[in-house]
Write a protein that binds this ligand. Structure first.
Ligand code: ADP
Ligand code: ZN
Length: 678
């Protein structure tokens, strides 16, 4: 009987089927082997996924083509990693091509095709624990956390921990010692950090402790560098892999611990192709491996904290900063009192505090969650507004570039001098961004050394590093920036953090907006008072009476209040969500299909169970994005597998009805456990 194979080609969303010629030994095939296959009018390299029988073949059996040849991967992945990839494809209903790409990144295939490497026999690198620099002794809370985790590592088996430690409580030190313990057990460690390019200090700390036992994986490396780092792990020359979310797919054969630092960070969720959440996948991976997993944060995600409360994770708490350093004092400033504004958004109170710090040669961080100069542009005569031509969002004014930019699709145009509509010249620009704060601060404090850190100032390789180094070396006085300034920096001389306007993220149309704002503000606040001097935080806002400002940075009272709302409104962590986004350049088309799909979903869900809610279709909050209209449907339910089965049945019916119309290209994106509802 002929045998058939399922393969993936590039990032194409669906798998493809071919016949396996008898010359190829089917028993020798492993996931990730490369097959040459005829595809359209040419020949393509495909990845082997699995063997299938004739009943599963979706191509017309008479027309099915043969695999041309095979080259076995010189880098077989650890079997448990393959299981993880399969879980991701199933759980997230992710296009198989993208999932394979995560396990076997194209830089591996490209290099391997260039030089035919020999198969390596994996060997466990014995770590010379003597050589590892000895650490800062741990304090009592750290020791308690360390002991619990290291006992779990010694005993083996799946053990999930939530390390909830306030900013500056020494979580990183606990990770370092936990890793030492893991290496002493002849096992490896995977460490995930959000956006690794933004945390050079953390990587430096790991390097100074573990030297070349570390491989660092991130997207800013060249393909050659990434390949070298990947190979170091595959060959067991490196036993610690540090990376952003894709670091989870490090090809390590003997993982003892997975650490997810700042586990609440939204960047763990991939927002395109393959919408997996690396934090959640890390838990599943640890379960498959029978390993320890540590989620660490000062401001845990509601999902993780809830899992701690119900006993799914063991919670370890570091309630104090190291060396009895005080938590910063937080004061609210009411932006509605316009009389106190010296220049737009900069109040007398904030500026006086800056002046005091400058006089004492201490450092200051000003946080503003918008880059650019001002974020909307309007004609003062006729009210004409400047919107992106591809998206339903207003353009941001970038004064230095003399441009208006769309922060969603990158569209740009020259900043106008007069109104296109009425030729009026009284153009108003409103709102505020990092560029404007920098401009105002430079005018107010001409002698201060001011740096700005946002996506515009860090495009060049190394630029971010330079800014961080200047702050560490105290060759800068004031750092102004977006959320990049909140990410884990440990500057010892920052004694003032000013939040220029806390309201932007709070007003987002997303049920997580309070949680995100709390996390962001508590993290930025955490950048001050990390040295000997006490820190202060000034939060400017138009809504100082908002519940979160009453408790920040105390996490638990905030969590408790917010949780009641989540429960009443049927949101996570009490309910599972799947978000469907349909998009197309023609609005009528997408609206019609979204309605049809929602109808099918509603019918099936009422038949199956009444515990499932289907909301929508409704235009997405950003209705037009990159020239496509977007409609969304939200499916809610307590039982994830039930939710999935309703969706799968509905999609079968929908696709059957739309065999022809879907050719015309309404795009459907499935987002399981969405993090972002816009
Ligand atoms: P977190 O990750 O919780 O924000 P860090 O691990 O960065 O905190 O620790 C903050 C600072 O305190 C670092 O400079 C670190 O070297 C130092 N530190 C960590 N543990 C201790 C300790 N037990 N005693 C003194 N200093 C410590
Ligand atoms: Zn746009």
């Amino acid at each position: 009987m002929p045998l058939y194979v399922e393969v993936t080609i590039g990032r194409l969303p669906t798998p493809f089927h071919y016949r396996l010629p008898t010359s190829i030994d089917s028993a020798s095939l492993t996931l990730g082997d490369c097959l040459l296959v005829p595809f359209r009018s040419g020949i393509k390299t495909a990845y082997f996924v699995r063997l299938i029988d004739e009943t599963e073949v979706e191509t017309d059996i008479k027309k099915i083509k043969d695999v041309l040849s095979i080259s076995h991967t010189p880098f077989p992945l650890p079997p448990t990693l393959i299981k993880l990839l399969k879980w991701i494809a199933e759980y997230y209903l992710a296009p198989i091509g993208s999932v394979m790409e995560a396990g076997f990144p194209s830089f591996i295939k490209e290099r391997w095709e260039k030089k035919s490497s020999k198969k390596q026999t994996p060997k466990i690198a014995l770590v010379d624990t003597e050589k590892i620099l000895s650490s800062v002794p741990l304090n009592a809370d750290q020791k308690k956390a360390y002991t619990e985790i290291s006992t779990a590592i010694e005993n083996g088996g799946f053990s999930p921990f939530l390390l909830h430690g306030v900013t500056g409580s020494g979580k990183t030190e606990v990770y370092l010692q936990v890793i030492e313990k893991t290496l002493a057990q002849h096992k490896g460690a995977i460490v995930l950090v959000p956006e690794i390019g933004l945390t050079p200090q953390l990587v430096a700390r790991f390097r100074s402790r573990f030297g070349d036992k570390i491989a660092v994986l991130h997207s800013q490396l060249t393909p050659k560098e990434r390949y070298d780092e990947w190979l170091k792990i595959h060959e067991n020359k490196a036993v610690i892999a540090i990376g952003a979310r894709s670091g989870l797919f490090a090809p390590m054969s003997n993982v003892g611990v997975i650490i997810v630092d700042e586990e609440h960070d939204a960047s763990y969720k991939q927002e395109d192709y393959n919408r997996y959440n690396a934090r959640d996948a890390a838990i599943v991976y640890a379960k498959l491996l029978g390993a320890t997993v540590v989620l660490g944060s000062a401001t845990p995600s509601f999902e993780s904290f809830y899992n701690g409360r119900i006993g799914k994770y063991k919670v370890l708490t570091l309630p104090h900063r190291v060396e009895e350093r005080a938590m910063p004092k937080i004061t609210m400033i009411d932006l509605r009192e316009r009389a106190t504004w010296i220049t737009p958004f900069l109040t007398q109170r904030l500026l006086t505090a800056v002046e005091e710090r400058l006089a004492r040669h201490e450092q200051i961080i000003l946080f503003i969650n918008r880059r650019g100069h001002t974020h909307s542009f309007m004609c003062g005569d006729c009210g004409q507004k400047w919107q992106c031509k591809n998206c339903s969002v207003s353009l941001t004014f970038h004064k230095r570039k003399k441009k208006l930019l769309c922060h969603y699709c990158g569209f740009q145009q020259r900043a106008p001098e007069d109104c296109v509509h009425c030729k009026g010249t009284r153009l108003l620009s409103m709102g505020i961004g990092t560029e404007q704060v920098e401009e105002e601060m430079s005018a107010l404090f001409p002698l201060a050394r001011i740096l700005r850190m946002d996506r515009d100032t860090t495009v060049k390789k190394g630029a971010h590093h330079q800014i961080v180094s200047a702050m560490s070396a105290k060759t800068a006085d004031i750092l102004i920036g977006t959320q990049m300034v909140a990410k884990g920096h440990d500057f010892h001389c920052v004694t003032l953090v000013g939040i220029v306007c806390a309201d932007f993220s709070l007003n987002f149309p997303d049920f997580r907006s309070s949680e995100r704002t709390f996390q962001l503000l508590a993290q930025v606040a955490g950048r001050t008072g990390r040295g000997e001097q006490k820190g202060e935080v000034l939060i400017q806002t138009f809504q100082p009476e908002h519940a979160l400002f009453q408790v920040i940075p105390k996490y638990e009272p905030f969590y408790d209040t917010e949780l009641t709302y989540r429960k009443d409104a049927h949101y996570p962590p009490f309910t599972k969500l799947i978000l469907l986004i349909l998009s197309h350049t023609k609005e009528e088309q997408v609206e019609k299909e979204a309605e049809q799909l929602a109808d099918i979903l509603k019918k099936i869900s009422t038949k199956i169970s009444n515990g499932i809610e289907v909301l929508g279709p409704a235009p997405a909050p950003i209705t037009r994005l990159r020239n496509a209209y977007r409609y969304q449907i939200l499916i809610k339910g307590a039982n994830q597998s039930l939710l999935k089965s309703v969706l799968e049945q509905a999609l079968n019916t929908f696709h059957a009805q739309h065999k022809k119309t879907s050719q015309r290209g309404v795009r459907l994106t499935i987002d399981v456990d969405p993090q972002n509802l816009i």
